[in-house]
Design a protein around this ligand. Structure first.
Ligand SMILES: [Zn+2]
Length: 124
């Protein structure tokens, strides 16, 4: 089985972290334009926005974490968090599900989409 999936919370965290670096990168670029005040200001504001956005995403992860269900991963025996119907273990990326109907099925992130669930119900 190809375990190319990673936990959603980890993915969002990685995104938020990269946003911080992008933000600081943009602000750093602004230093090269310190002769041109308006251009430097734009770089500084854009960089600051990225950092602020990533902070907001971190808060959002915090909110999401309260909605996750904590389980012990059957593969690595570490506690992990599940978000949505299917998710991957945060430690070993083992696909996990809370839905008995999906047990043993191919891991598919589509199971989390509302549209997909609607289509499934219409077929039944
Ligand atoms: Zn695991």
């Amino acid at each position: 089985m190809g375990l190319k999936y990673s936990s959603k919370i980890n993915k969002i965290r990685t995104f938020a972290l990269s946003l911080v670096f992008v933000g600081f990168g943009i602000m750093y670029l602004g230093i090269f334009f310190k002769e041109i005040v308006w251009l430097m200001s734009i770089f500084m504001i854009l960089g600051l926005l990225s950092v602020v956005l990533s902070t907001l995403i971190y808060f959002w992860i915090g909110m999401l974490s309260t909605k996750t269900i904590q389980v012990v991963c059957p593969n690595c025996n570490k506690p992990t968090k599940i978000l949505g119907r299917v998710d991957a273990c945060m430690h070993c990326n083992e696909p996990l599900t809370l839905d008995k109907d999906l047990e043993g099925k191919e891991f598919d992130e589509n199971y989390n989409s509302k549209q997909y669930q609607k289509e499934q119900q219409e077929q039944q």
